[in-house]
Design a protein around this ligand. Structure first.
Ligand code: URA
Length: 205
């Protein structure tokens, strides 16, 4: 096993980063997950989306947002006039964290330590993609990108920015929409999510 570079300067390309991330032991999540799920998308993407962490399907496929939340994301992107194939899509945490219940692997929220440890990889993705616009999907992504805890509700309608000035928009995580029990609330919140994505579309073109 090649040594994992200790700092970012040893990694000079997205390819190096993606390969090195497969051997990551910066937190304990690598012990039980199937594989690292690194971000994907064109390196000249104008917009970079950050989710929370891979789910069950993503962990097995090795690709972000390919499960149920990914389907909601794909549909909303289309409705907002955004092409997912032209966006870079990644997660705040790159290993699946779960609790085993019988044979089912139940998603567990990453903690602050795991989010901070994985920021190393997100920083590299930001550095190599240099997006014009970043979107935080949910509170964990927002926590990672801003470095501090803040409520999604208060961040959602504000214009935020990363430390380097890149504009940041916070919106809900698509799986939040899947969890809403009430159909009316679900369609209302879904429409609001699409409206947020449409705002992104207007900002990047
Ligand atoms: N939820 C996420 O936050 N990311 C994924 O890749 C899939 C589900």
């Amino acid at each position: 096993r090649p040594e994992l570079p200790a700092d970012e300067s040893a990694i000079t390309s997205w390819r190096d980063a993606a390969a090195a991330a497969q051997r990551c032991t910066r937190c304990d999540l690598h012990c039980h997950a199937t594989q690292t799920v690194f971000g994907e998308g064109p390196l000249d993407a104008r917009v970079l989306f950050v989710g929370e962490q891979p789910g069950d399907k993503e962990d097995l496929a090795g690709r972000p947002f390919v499960g149920p939340a990914g389907q909601v994301f794909d549909r909303a992107m289309k409705e907002a006039g955004l092409d997912r194939a032209r966006a870079y899509v990644t997660n705040a945490v790159k290993h699946f964290k779960f609790q085993l219940r019988g044979k089912r692997r139940i998603h567990e929220k990453p903690n602050v330590g795991e989010i901070k440890a994985c920021r190393f990889w997100l920083d590299l993705e930001l550095q190599f993609v240099k997006p014009r616009f970043v979107v935080a999907l949910g509170a964990s992504a927002l926590r990672s990108l801003t470095g501090h805890a803040s409520s999604l509700a208060s961040a959602r309608d504000r214009e935020l920015a990363l430390e380097d000035g890149t504009p940041l928009l916070a919106t809900v995580h698509p799986s939040f929409l899947l969890r809403l029990p009430d159909e009316d609330a679900r369609s209302r919140e879904y429409a609001r999510f699409v409206a947020d994505l449409a705002r992104v579309q207007q900002r990047i073109f």
